[in-house]
Design a protein around this ligand. Sequence first.
Ligand code: CU
Length: 171
Amino acid sequence: MKRLTIVMCGACLAAAAHAEKVVQIHMVNADGVGEAIGTITASVTPWGVLFEPDLQSLPPGLHGFHVHQNPDCGPAEKDSEMAAAVAAGGHFDPQNTGRHKGPYGKGHLGDLPPLYVDGEGNATHPVLAPRLKMSDLNGRALMVHAHGDNYSDQPVELGGGGARIACGVVK
Ligand SMILES: [Cu+2]
């Protein structure tokens, strides 16, 4: 009887761990990783991965939002200057499409709908990524950019939302 209880509990834990990931998000700049501004919870739905932000202290408006390749929000050199969260690498693109086509296109798998930040600096509106699986998030980073995202590779600097302002490693 005791053994049965342990087995059932183990199954419960495994299911819970698979169903949801809470990612701690921090502001980032060229000097490193800064203050914690909240969390983004990713969970499985029948329609893809749902990202539920609970973030504060962001600039109001729409912000480009992506899964980036590396689990590292640190600064790194870009165009011979240190820049925020460049260590996270580019957009998660396991099929090497090299194309930024948005959450519903056939480019980067890491392209997500933009995050909406209200006039008080809070982001609470969930976004859905229909092509992603939870397992795609393991060992990646979530990235919030300074500007909106036009899902184009042009202009080169702003096509994906420009500078990186907030980031969290998926653990
Ligand atoms: Cu990005």
